[in-house]
Design a protein around this ligand. Structure first.
Ligand SMILES: [Zn+2]
Length: 278
């Protein structure tokens, strides 16, 4: 079995993972396959691909869809509780290695097609973010995982939850639980990972990208400014993402939380902030 090298991007929602995926994916050594956790849905629903056509007509994805894969979806509520408890008591992910998983077949075929499209491809990006999918991939035989964990400052992150009408308290709950569990999981299992801070990425992109280049032995910096959506194949239904990337002119620190958050919310975050920097 040929091993497939996967760069898995994990984070809480609205942490800048999508843009990071495109930045890292601008390297000729990386193929950004987007959020594969939505593969089953997108395969049926026919979303727009970043190359400019619907995914069923996309020269990259239409070929993959011919195989009719159904890949892993989120676990049930009880299963999530069980996994969370395992992580809390610092237990390693159960070693029940899954042979011939649909995940492996899908990633293997993406890799095969990516090579014809980008001949230097070393890694496939799975930008699913989900902790549950990350755990599942850890169990699948044939997948070499490297993880980028992107974290955003609490004000910017919760501000985005509010901006997208997902709720302040829900955002706060997600921010603490996801960031905590992801970190614990990575430490408990000796995974090769790197933590990228979104705010640092915006203020000093060369430094943060340099860390990724060094750890994974890839070249990214020199390609960032050549980022062109038409040369990528990420099927996404999110129009907001497409529009912001279409107008991409480099990273800039996002201060929109100052308008999104109420005074009360800002005070709450200011009080909580010290414990968010674990
Ligand atoms: Zn495409």
């Amino acid at each position: 079995m040929k091993h497939i090298d996967v760069l898995y991007i994990t984070s809480t929602a609205y942490s800048g993972s999508t843009i990071l995926g495109f930045i890292v994916g601008s390297s000729p050594q990386i193929f950004n396959a987007g959020e594969l956790q939505y593969f089953n849905i997108i395969q049926k629903k026919d979303e727009m691909c970043t190359c400019g056509v619907f995914s069923q007509q996309c020269p990259f994805w239409s070929n993959i869809y011919n195989n009719k894969y159904t890949i892993y979806r989120n676990p049930s509520f009880l299963e999530r509780l069980k996994i969370s408890l395992y992580i809390l008591i610092k237990k390693k992910v159960t070693p029940d290695i899954i042979e011939n998983s649909p995940e492996y077949t899908l990633l293997h075929n993406i890799f095969k097609d990516a090579i014809t499209y980008k001949p230097e491809t070393k890694y496939i990006i799975d930008n699913s973010k989900s902790l549950w999918r990350l755990i599942h991939l850890m169990k699948c035989r044939g997948i070499n995982l490297k993880v980028i964990f992107i974290k955003r400052n609490i004000f910017g992150n919760i501000g985005s939850f509010v901006k997208h009408r997902k709720g302040f308290w829900r955002g706060l709950f997600r921010y603490f639980t996801m960031n905590y569990f992801i970190k614990r999981l990575l430490i408990n299992n000796n995974i090769n990972y790197i933590i990228i801070n979104y705010n640092n990425l915006c203020n000093h992109p060369d430094m943060e990208i340099g860390k990724i280049e060094k750890l994974f032995k890839i070249k990214i910096k020199e390609y960032i400014n050549k980022l062109n959506l038409k040369n990528t194949h990420v099927a996404t239904g999110n129009m907001g993402t497409r529009q912001s990337l279409d107008n991409y002119k480099g990273l800039y620190p996002d201060d929109s939380w100052k308008e999104q958050l109420s005074l009360f919310q800002k005070i709450v975050l200011k009080i909580i902030k010290p414990i968010s920097n674990q």
